[in-house]
Ligand binder design. Structure first.
Ligand code: AP5
Length: 214
C-alpha cells in the first residue's frame, strides 16, 4: 500500500493514518510530525521553521522535501500524511518515487466543510508521550494511564486565527492536487464528516477497490 492522504486541516488525515497504520502495518509518514519533532529538538533547522509552523504557513518546499526523502525508501508500504501540499511538492514526490522505482497506488481525499474542521481542531488533544491524536469530545483521551500516559496537549497552531489561515492555504494550494491525481485515475474521495471508525472503513474499502481495478 502506497497512499497519499489529502484533505483540509482537521479532516482526520493524522487520525486515519494512525488507524490504518495500526491495521495494515503500513508506515505512517507525517510531515507535520517531522516538523514538530525538529522544532522540539531545538536544532538550527527547528528554529528556522518554527515561525512558519506557528503562523500556519507552509515550510519552504526544499526543506520539506529533504526532510521526508529518507523515509520513503524505508518501507514498501506507507501512508503519506500532509505531503504533498502543492504542485511543486507533488512533482518532487513523483521524482523521488521514480528514483527508488516505486509507484503511488492511490490518493485519498478526505472531504469536510470548513466550519466542522474549526470545531474539530479546537478540541484536538495530542498525547505528548505516544503522539496519538484525540478529541476532547469525539474521541476523548483515556483515563487509564497504562493505555496512554499523556499528557494530552493542544498544538501551538490550533488557535482559531491560525486554523483559518491554514484552511485558506489548503484551498489555494493543496486542493488543486485533487485534479492532479484525478487526471491519473488514482484519486478517490471519502466523506470525512462520518464518525472516525466509519471513515477508516470507507478509506480501506476505497483503497481496496482501486487496487482491484488496477
Ligand atoms: P500538519 O501536522 O500536517 O497539520 P495540518 O495540515 O494543519 O493538518 P492537521 O494535523 O491539522 O489535520 P488532520 O487532518 O491530520 O486532523 P487530525 O487527524 O489531527 O502540519 C502542521 C504544519 O507543518 C503546517 O502548517 C506547516 O507549517 C508544516 N508542514 C507540514 N507538512 C508540510 C508540507 N508538506 N509542506 C510545507 N509545510 C508543511 O484530526 C483533527 C481533530 O479532529 C482531532 O482531534 C481528531 O480526534 C478529530 N477527528 C478526526 N476525525 C474525526 C471524525 N471523523 N469525527 C470526529 N472527530 C474527528
Amino acid at each position: 500500500m502506497r497512499i497519499v492522504l489529502l484533505g483540509p486541516q482537521g479532516a482526520g488525515k493524522g487520525t486515519q493514518a494512525q488507524r490504518i497504520s495500526r491495521e495494515t502495518g503500513a508506515k505512517h509518514i507525517s510531515t507535520g510530525d517531522l516538523v514538530r519533532a525538529e522544532i522540539k529538538s531545538g536544532s538550527g533547522l527547528g528554529q528556522k521553521i518554527r515561525d512558519y509552523n506557528d503562523r500556519g504557513d507552509l515550510v519552504p518546499d526544499e526543506i520539506i522535501v529533504e526532510m521526508m526523502r529518507p523515509y520513503l525508501d524505508e518501507a514498501d508500504s506507507w501512508i503519506l500524511d500532509g505531503f504533498p501540499r502543492n504542485e511543486s511538492q507533488a512533482e518532487a514526490l513523483d521524482k523521488m518515487l521514480e528514483e527508488i522505482d516505486a509507484e503511488l497506488d492511490t490518493a485519498v481525499a478526505l472531504e469536510a466543510p470548513d466550519d466542522l474542521l474549526v470545531e474539530r481542531l479546537s478540541g484536538r488533544r495530542t498525547s505528548e508521550s505516544t503522539g496519538r491524536i484525540y478529541h476532547a469530545v469525539y474521541d476523548p483521551p483515556p483515563e487509564d494511564t497504562d493505555e496512554d500516559p499523556g499528557p494530552f496537549v493542544q498544538r501551538e497552531d490550533d488557535k482559531v486565527e491560525a486554523i483559518r489561515h491554514r484552511l485558506r492555504i489548503y484551498h489555494e494550494q493543496t486542493e488543486p492536487l485533487k485534479d492532479y491525481y484525478a487526471d491519473r485515475g488514482i484519486l478517490v474521495t471519502v466523506d470525512a464528516t462520518r464518525n472516525i471508525t466509519e471513515v477508516t472503513g470507507d478509506i480501506l474499502e476505497a483503497v481496496g477497490e482501486v487496487e482491484e481495478k488496477a
